[in-house]
Design a protein around this ligand. Structure first.
Ligand SMILES: *[C@@H]1O[C@H](CO)[C@@H](O)[C@H](O)[C@H]1NC(C)=O
Ligand SMILES: *[C@@H]1O[C@H](CO)[C@@H](O)[C@H](O)[C@H]1NC(C)=O
Ligand SMILES: *[C@@H]1O[C@H](CO)[C@@H](O)[C@H](O)[C@H]1NC(C)=O
Length: 481
């Protein structure tokens, strides 16, 4: 299909875009030029080491020299002593991938020579300086069926423009022999071998490294995050964008999420190496998964009340607000069972991250035989905001509770003034519930990072529907302490 008919087939650009992005990511990773430059630096160091390991085959042949006759030559024990890649850069090729251009690379090679001419045999050693080596590598990034990233060398070319040789021995014709016969063969071998090493490094080093990206990142015993790629990474003129599913799910029983991610409108920021966009979908699937797993239920008993809180959780305390309790359930301990009737829905906007959870509070009296007598059911609604940070590669948060409103849903002990319970419930919420929730949130959600990456210089911003995190990256090579 030609370009024109493709354009016709797509009809409107909007349709093409809609088709290309059928699934919005719940989580997006953007690697900027600064990030690519850093990764490139690490990659070149690896490639330089690999190239120095290059094994070159022996070269032999016959060559006819005028007035002298037929010379049989053998070049053996070619040893690449070093390979230096002093100048290189990585660039984005929009809609294609990445390109690495290495220029003015140089290498030192030494080896042995042996010649046979009529009945004369001679041998010695030589060293070579290979200069002005240009290597151009195209990398194609993709994703496999499991949603892991893939990397492949789609193209590689090496051009050597200068080879200088020095022989031990004083035969001028050796130089002629070298430049006419050996150099072209040598150049061809080296050019091929370099690209083979490049392809091998991408296959054996880069690809396995990229695959350390956790496609399922475990949060805790209950839930994990699906960080599989929903599409191959996209190169634009400014960045490499990776769209991830970004869905939190229950490890015991994954169920379909009844809502879909909204598009993430990333700002053009580019001063950090990497940006993460965690959509409200990401956080809401967390809420959904924990709610479905029955994790959003919390029981408060008197033993949980901190020593410095005077309000003990018993009917004596509560009869100050509900006088009839004293007669109905005299001097008994109580228990509160807090639960969310539905998964709390979370909103992200430029002003921050907020949620308006609804919490049902069922109060019980604990009878002398340990069975529970239901007292009343309250509904607590409030405005909660979250402060977000990044710690050890995890998104961490802490909740701040704003004003809360209590209402009575049901009473087994007759009428009472709910307003009177407001302050005691506030105390329980802020002294017992919140510290426990915040301790959990402080463990955080793991970010999608491949092995041995540390983040620094963290930036946290809120945008419509998503949380934007910026960071610089530090890679710690194996064995680093
Ligand atoms: C109930 O709490 C009050 C203080 O609020 C305390 O004096 C009393 O001993 C408690 N009763 C029980 C049964 O724990
Ligand atoms: C516990 O005591 C209450 C009232 O004294 C009674 O109604 C209830 O059946 C008892 N429960 C058990 C399990 O014995
Ligand atoms: C929570 O915030 C919303 C709007 O921001 C407001 O309408 C509502 O009254 C607040 N609720 C409480 C309990 O303060």
């Amino acid at each position: 299909m030609g370009a024109q008919s493709l354009a016709v087939a797509c009809g409107a650009l909007a349709l093409c875009l809609a088709l290309a992005r059928a699934t919005n990511p719940g989580f997006m990773v953007r690697i900027t030029q600064a990030g690519l430059d850093y990764a490139h630096q690490q990659g070149i160091a690896v490639l330089e080491k690999e190239l120095a390991q290059l094994k070159l085959p022996d070269i032999s042949g016959d060559f006819r020299i005028r007035h002298v006759g037929k010379v049989h030559y053998e070049i053996s024990r070619l040893d690449l002593r070093s390979f230096h890649l002093p100048y290189s850069r990585i660039s984005l090729v929009p809609n294609v991938g990445l390109q690495v251009a290495i220029s003015n690379a140089f290498a030192d090679v030494d080896g042995n020579w042996r010649v046979k001419l009529h009945f004369i045999r001679d041998h010695g050693s030589f060293d070579l300086k290979v200069e002005n080596v240009y290597i151009k590598i195209s990398l194609k990034l993709g994703s496999d069926a499991s949603g892991k990233p893939t990397a492949d060398t789609s193209d590689c070319s090496t051009r050597i423009s200068k080879v200088r040789v020095h022989f031990s021995g004083k035969f001028g014709w050796l130089y002629n022999l070298f430049h006419s016969a050996i150099e072209p063969a040598f150049r061809k071998i080296l050019e091929t071998e370099v690209c083979q090493i490049v392809a091998k490094s991408v296959r054996d080093e880069l690809q396995p490294y990229l695959r350390t990206l956790p496609v399922t990142a475990k949060i805790d015993a209950r839930a994990g995050i699906d960080y599989s790629l929903v599409a191959p990474p996209t190169a634009t003129a400014q960045s490499l964008d990776v769209d991830l599913k970004g869905e939190v799910f229950s490890l015991a029983h994954r169920s379909a999420v009844p809502f879909t991610p909204l598009p993430l409108a990333f700002p053009p920021d580019h001063d950090r190496m990497v940006y993460f966009g965690a959509s409200s979908y990401f956080f809401n699937t967390a809420s959904f998964a924990y709610h479905a797993a029955g994790a959003l239920v919390f029981e408060i008993t008197d033993s949980l009340i901190p020593k410095d809180v005077e309000f003990h959780l018993n009917t004596t305390t509560f009869s100050a607000f509900i006088p009839q309790l004293e007669k109905m359930y005299p001097d008994m301990l109580m228990k509160l069972r807090l639960s969310a009737p539905s998964a709390p829905f979370l909103d992200i906007g430029p002003e921050g991250l907020s949620l308006r959870p609804v919490v049902d509070i069922q109060a019980y009296a604990i009878l002398p035989n340990s069975s529970l007598a239901p007292l009343f059911l309250l509904r607590l609604t409030g405005n909660v905001s979250a402060v977000i940070d990044v710690k050890s590669g995890h998104i961490v948060g802490s909740l701040k509770v704003g004003r809360m409103r209590l209402s009575l849903k049901h009473s087994d002990v007759g009428i009472f003034q709910v307003r009177m319970l407001q302050s005691i419930m506030n105390i329980y919420a802020s002294n017992i519930l919140l510290p426990r929730l915040n301790a959990r949130l402080d463990e955080g959600f793991p970010l999608p990072l491949p092995d041995r990456i540390q983040l620094s210089n963290i930036l946290v911003r809120f945008h419509q529907n998503f949380l934007l995190l910026g960071a610089d990256v530090q890679y710690q090579p194996r064995g680093w302490r």
